[in-house]
Design a protein around this ligand. Structure first.
Ligand SMILES: C[S@@+](CC[C@H](N)C(=O)[O-])C[C@H]1O[C@@H](n2cnc3c(N)ncnc32)[C@H](O)[C@@H]1O
Length: 198
């Protein structure tokens, strides 16, 4: 059993706040974002699916993907908003992608959850999931740890520059800002970026 499945089975899911990521809700309130214009959005590492349903509440067709079967079962047990769906799969594998296409990704606490050594593979996977002109948008948790705090991840920290460099072979940064809304304790620690697939 993988570690994530174990955590979901034992209910050790402190990241699950019971509602969508505030930076996503704030971004969607703008209206007419790249996510609104997408035909289908993928949410990798969707957990129990709060962000998936938030996107769907804005009329955005969304698919959530998670490695943990238990997380996916929990997501599917929620009242459906529209035609959102959930897949169990590893974002680094290709099997779950067969016959599906996405023109945008919403990333939130998946990137910071994976081993930093896998970040180049994450960027490559995003480049394969999205076609030219597709959009990778996300709230990246840059500094999850306070100075002096035990910094064993996950979540693993990252800098804005590191993330831009990582995606640079396939993506151009079009817009970025520090969201003004955050889960309690995450204020000022996240960075919202919108990248376009070259
Ligand atoms: C920190 S949790 C965040 C969940 C959700 N985004 C939230 O904020 O509530 C990270 C999630 O990513 C999933 N995950 C980790 N590695 C993954 C992978 N390689 N492919 C798909 N999902 C993965 C885990 O099972 C877990 O549900």
């Amino acid at each position: 059993m993988n570690r994530w499945e174990e955590l979901w089975q034992t209910g050790e899911t402190p990241w699950d706040k019971g509602y969508a990521a505030p930076p996503l809700s704030e971004y969607l309130k703008r209206g007419d974002t790249v996510l609104h214009r997408a035909k289908r959005v993928l949410v990798p590492g969707c957990g129990s699916g709060h962000d998936v349903r938030e996107l769907q509440r804005h009329g955005i067709g969304t698919t959530g993907l998670d490695l943990s079967e238990t997380a996916v079962v929990q997501a599917r047990a929620q009242t459906a908003v529209g035609d959102e769906d959930y897949l169990c799969g590893d974002l680094f594998a290709e099997g779950w992608r067969k016959g599906r296409s996405f023109d945008a990704v919403w990333e939130h606490t998946c990137f910071c959850a994976i081993d930093p050594e896998l970040r180049p593979a994450y960027a490559r996977a995003m480049s394969e999931i999205l076609p030219p002109g597709g959009w990778l948008s996300g709230a990246f948790y840059l500094t999850p740890w306070d100075p002096g705090e035990d910094s064993t991840g996950p979540p693993f920290e990252a800098s804005r520059e590191e993330i831009i460099d990582l995606f640079e072979p396939w993506f151009v940064l079009r817009e970025d800002w520090v969201p003004s809304k955050a889960y309690p304790g995450r204020e000022g620690k996240e960075w919202l970026a919108v990248f376009e697939r070259k």
